[in-house]
Design a binder for this molecule. Structure first.
Ligand code: ADP
Ligand code: MG
Length: 236
């Protein structure tokens, strides 16, 4: 088999952090629960993408992570699958609020994440709701009231619902900032910071981004604790 170093070299993976675990070079070596492996198989995926291979073992150690990889590299499942496993580990009651919170810049992207979550969590009895602007709040509030393990939200709409006191984030222990660079480009930094204030400090925080400019570095430095950084290709 490949050594971790040769796999990383071949796939242009660079890592920084203490004792970074070896990548999962195949689904067989992931140790994922069978209900998740079944959905991966149904999707026809033959191997983890490089960002998944290296992010999964880090996320499963409950460590904070910054993952930098270009669009289309499979980042969504990079955080969703460890999120499903986190949910199984903590076993919280979804009626008290979500355990996993994913922030995403746009309605379209949030909906895609929701679809991927529903598809891959189908056999795991995980509930997921999606909150975004440009649509009536009523149905989204009713979805929240029914209880959800995972909330996928755009920062603007989630902030509105928080101000209405119609959702509690006090049970969130797995926070994902997806497409962090785009969220900042779109001016969502104030909303993100307000939302994060409602999430307990004792949490795992994961940041996924296509680029790594100084604004993104700054918010990562403020919101993540001793993150492991994973970089694919020559994006920096
Ligand atoms: P990104 O967030 O990096 O832009 P996505 O998570 O949207 O990328 O994934 C891009 C596409 O690749 C999606 O259609 C997704 O279902 C697919 N995909 C994800 N993981 C794998 C994999 N291991 N093998 C093949 N396709 C995958
Ligand atoms: Mg993405």
């Amino acid at each position: 088999g490949l050594t971790p170093e040769s796999y990383r070299r071949r796939h242009e993976i660079t890592v920084s952090g203490d004792n970074v675990p070896p990548p999962f070079t195949s689904f067989g070596s992931s140790g994922f629960p069978s209900e998740i492996l079944r959905e991966v198989h149904n999707a026809g995926f033959s191997a983890p993408t490089p960002i998944q291979a290296q992010s999964w073992p880090i996320a499963l150690q409950s460590r904070d992570i910054v993952a930098i990889a270009k669009t289309g590299s499979g980042k969504t499942l990079g955080y969703l699958i460890p999120g499903f496993i986190h949910l199984k580990r903590v076993g919280k009651d979804s009626r008290l609020g979500p355990t996993v919170l994913v922030l995403s810049p746009t309605r379209e992207l949030a909906t895609q994440i929701q679809d991927e979550a529903v598809k891959f969590a189908k056999s795991s009895r995980i509930s997921c709701v999606c909150l975004y602007g440009g649509a009536p709040k009523g149905p989204q509030l009713r979805d929240i009231d029914r209880g959800a393990d995972i909330v996928v939200a755009t920062p603007g709409r989630l902030n509105d619902i928080l101000e209405m006191r119609r959702i509690s984030l006090h049970q969130v222990s797995y926070l994902v900032l997806d497409e962090a660079d785009r969220m900042l480009d779109m001016g969502f930094e104030p909303q993100i910071r307000k939302i994060v204030k409602e999430v307990p400090a004792r949490r795992q925080t994961l940041m996924f981004t296509a680029t790594w400019p100084k604004e993104v570095r700054k918010i990562a430095a403020d919101l993540l604790v001793n993150p492991v950084q994973v970089n694919i290709g020559n994006v920096d």
